[in-house]
Design a protein around this ligand. Structure first.
Ligand code: GDP
Ligand code: MN
Length: 389
């Protein structure tokens, strides 16, 4: 799950990570009131959307007067922002963050993430912050410092100091950086996060290290342990189909292709997408309806799948282990009748009561294409797309 910058900064403040003072606003009037209460002579108006790259998209503005604060807030509130990080979506701006403007001497990049290749958490730091870090990694890989954290020993201050000195910080700044990194690590563990990114972490005109921007992601699987985080969810920032799926505990991720998949089990869903690719097709989504796939959940899953206008055929691949195939067949039929599916549906059932399930589909009178195995199913789903276009 993603968070807004102001939400991430609230968490930073709770962990004593220095941030510029700021206040969130939902109207231009609130923005002016927020600016006044900050009692400074320059402000930054920042559009709150679930993506970075706002600066380049007109979502970060420096204001020198209260009138400018009001103007920028008016411009931003209600606009939609699309950046290289929004995954093709244009995200609505419902809130702006008003902060005191900092004087920037240097911009540093600092993130803490799950380093899958090394099977541990790693900090990534670079004295070349403020820009796209991917670009630095490409052109000047030696300027990227990676600090791997041993899973049992945790993070030691010396590792932070080493990174700070390597980036050319002075003694005082290295101490501040060490504090920030130790606190970030603690926060990451406490809150089951999957990413904390500070770009830029700045050195201000007082030569202090401050988090100017803040982005965090948390692991949805740990939502139940952190109701205070789950409450911060902002579904206006999410793909509507993905948000609906989340509401029903379905794991759905929209993709670019035209063959929709409905599968039970994440591993089987991955395998199904692989086989579709192998047969020259392109999956429209990842969808795991889970072990307890009921008729109702199958119907919701169909609706979500079909909300994607690119879908030209559907491949249902269900293994009846915990669920019975005859129940799934009933679910598929009632879902088709309820939702009114107009694209070809290829169904592959296997497992408990498979014969009864196939019989139900055969006798339904609906245009369901039965498949004998996954290979056959993928061939038929790919052919169904070809036959249409
Ligand atoms: P992002 O573009 O979405 O990542 O938003 P950021 O919060 O990182 O802001 C983008 C850029 O705006 C930063 O890299 C800074 O160069 C600039 N910026 C943001 N806040 C301030 C500030 O308080 N003072 C100054 N001088 N520049 C700022
Ligand atoms: Mn940023």
């Amino acid at each position: 799950m993603n968070f807004h910058e102001y939400q991430a900064k609230d968490l930073f403040a709770q962990y004593n990570i220095p941030i510029p003072r700021g206040q969130v606003a939902r109207t231009p009037e609130e923005a002016v009131a927020a600016a006044e209460s900050l009692e400074c002579d320059m402000w930054v108006v920042k559009a709150q959307v679930h993506a970075g790259g706002r600066g380049k998209a007109g979502g970060v503005k420096l204001a020198k007067t209260l009138a400018e604060v009001k103007q920028y807030a008016t411009d931003m509130l209600g606009m939609k922002i699309q950046t290289y990080q929004t995954g093709g979506l244009a995200l609505p701006v419902n809130e702006v963050l008003i902060t005191e403007a900092a004087d920037i001497e240097q911009e540093i990049y600092l993130s803490l993430l799950v380093d899958r290749a090394s099977k541990c958490l790693s900090f990534v730091a670079s004295a070349e912050g403020g820009v796209e870090i991917e670009e630095v990694a490409r052109t000047n890989p030696e300027k990227i410092h990676t600090i791997k954290i041993d899973n049992t020993e945790g993070l030691f201050p010396y590792a932070c100091r080493k990174a700070g000195f390597a980036m050319g910080l002075n003694g005082k700044q290295v101490r501040q950086l060490t504090h920030i990194m130790m606190q970030m690590y603690q926060m990451f563990i406490d809150l089951d996060l999957s990413l904390i990114e500070v770009n830029p972490l700045i050195i201000d005109d007082q030569k202090n290290v401050v988090a100017l921007d803040a982005k965090i992601n948390s692991d949805d699987n740990a939502d139940f342990r952190h109701p205070q985080l789950a409450d911060l969810r902002d579904i206006t920032q999410e793909d509507p189909a993905e948000a609906k799926a989340h509401e029903h505990d379905l794991n759905y991720i929209k993709l670019e292709g035209n063959i929709a998949c409905m599968v039970n089990g994440a591993g089987l869903a991955m395998a199904t997408m692989d086989v579709i690719k192998l047969k020259g097709g392109d999956p429209a989504n990842f969808l795991d309806v889970g072990g307890g796939a009921t008729a109702e959940r199958v119907a919701i899953a169909f609706k979500i799948i079909l909300s994607d206008p690119n879908v030209e055929s559907i491949l249902v691949n269900i293994f009846g282990g915990i669920v019975r195939c005859d129940l799934i067949a009933d679910g598929i039929i009632s879902a088709i009748k309820e939702v009114g599916v107009k694209v070809p549906i290829v169904v592959r059932l296997e497992g408990t009561n498979v014969e009864a399930g196939k019989k139900i589909l055969d006798e339904s009178g609906l245009a369901v294409i039965a498949a004998d195995n996954l290979d056959d199913a993928a061939n038929k789903a790919v052919a169904a797309v070809g036959a249409q276009s």
